[in-house]
Design a protein around this ligand. Structure first.
Ligand SMILES: [Zn+2]
Length: 376
């Protein structure tokens, strides 16, 4: 028994034909639930929709074969980016693409199709396998919201595989942590024509601060971005409040901390300078951890499993790092060591998106093999 390629491809085609832009995952969730019911696989729906504002929660399915064996979680997301409605998939010899007016949605329905195929094979109970959980999430494309608000009490696994990256020859085992930080500059409002001397422009101070903060790539593993700036209320008012919203990403906590401290020192000096002009002037700095870094050891159970499967199957695979975030970051934050394996998707988030069939089947083979019960 192994992957049924024909069935896998037909599940993928079914899935991409169902509209599921972020927060509108209900129809694709119904398709998945019907399939799970048919296979007699147990599942829960969590209450994440209250926070994600999707029209459906995350689906958490499970097949427990032997409580003594480890449990591995597989995960993919149901939502797509725009334009993702009315997708017409076109099957070519080596790949699937879409008619030119939409994306394809292989991000991440290729992962979903693989999970459904794996669950179908193992639900037949003809093969010994590890215990399997599946977390099928919503709203990944709008800030990993499904994974962020997932009900982790429903999950037993300590290790897992997210199927949401490009090539199955690349296993993402390292990724940056991401912090959001904001700088609120509280200047002094005044009429710009009558008494500008009594004002202190928060926009002018913001500009001064921005020129002092180093942005872009700080070093190989650290980036800083000033993403948004809001301030002022009218052209005839010296602006009172300006807020600068920023992000820092990095693989190394110490570097992140050092960079943030540098920024805080710039802010402290600026605040001191302008407090001398007006005592009411202030700068407020706030920081929030969005997700933690991925930094998995080569010796972790899941990585060893995947590497030995690839060896058995004679597939090339490299352990790699990424600069992006994925649902895996939230799984890790919640104690589930999660790698991200590519499914064959390419040029995602564009109308040229493709799914390379050879890689798609290769990914399915690797996941299937890694879950078989065998002595390592
Ligand atoms: Zn994705």
């Amino acid at each position: 028994m192994t992957i049924n390629k024909k069935r896998l491809l037909s599940t993928f085609i079914d899935l991409v034909k169902i509209d599921s832009e972020s927060r509108n995952e209900k129809k694709v969730a119904e398709y998945i639930k019907n399939k799970l019911k048919k296979l007699k696989i147990r599942y829960d729906i969590d209450n994440s929709h209250i926070k994600t504002k999707s029209n459906h929660g995350n689906i958490i399915a499970r097949i427990i074969s032997n409580p003594k064996l480890p449990t591995i979680i597989l995960s993919s997301h149901m939502d797509t980016v725009v334009p993702g409605n009315g997708i017409k998939p076109i099957i070519k010899k080596n790949y699937v693409s879409s008619a030119s007016n939409t994306i394809l949605g292989s991000d991440d329905k290729s992962g979903l199709a693989i999970i459904l195929e794996i669950l179908e094979i193992f639900s037949s109970k003809k093969l010994g396998h590890l215990n399997i959980e599946a977390a099928i999430t919503t709203c990944e494309e709008i800030g990993l919201l499904g994974a962020k608000f997932l009900d982790y009490k429903l999950i037993k696994s300590k290790e897992g595989i997210v199927l949401d990256s490009m090539s199955p020859e690349r296993l993402v085992v390292k990724g940056p942590a991401s912090d959001f930080f904001s700088i609120q500059i509280n200047g002094i409002e005044a009429h710009s024509g009558i008494n500008p001397e009594q004002g202190l422009s928060s926009i002018v101070v913001a500009s001064e601060i921005i020129t002092k903060i180093k942005t872009g790539r700080i070093n190989r593993n650290t980036t800083i971005n000033i993403g948004k700036i809001n301030g002022g209320s009218a052209i005839n008012i010296v602006p009172g409040r300006t807020t600068i919203s920023c992000e820092i990403r990095g693989h190394n906590e110490r570097t992140i901390l050092a960079q943030l401290n540098k920024i805080k020192r710039i802010l402290a000096a600026t605040e001191k300078k302008y407090k001398r002009v007006n005592k009411k002037f202030s700068i407020k700095f706030t920081k929030e951890r969005i997700y933690g870094a991925i930094n998995l050891s080569r010796n972790s159970f899941i990585i060893k499993r995947i590497l030995s499967s690839c060896k058995d199957l004679k597939y090339k695979i490299n352990l790699v790092e990424t600069g992006g975030g994925a649902d895996a970051n939230f799984f890790i934050k919640n104690g589930v060591n999660t790698v991200n394996l590519g499914t064959g998707m390419r040029e995602v988030h564009t109308k040229n998106e493709k799914l390379l069939l050879r890689e798609f089947y290769q990914c399915a083979d690797i996941v299937f093999n890694s879950l078989l019960e065998r002595v390592n």
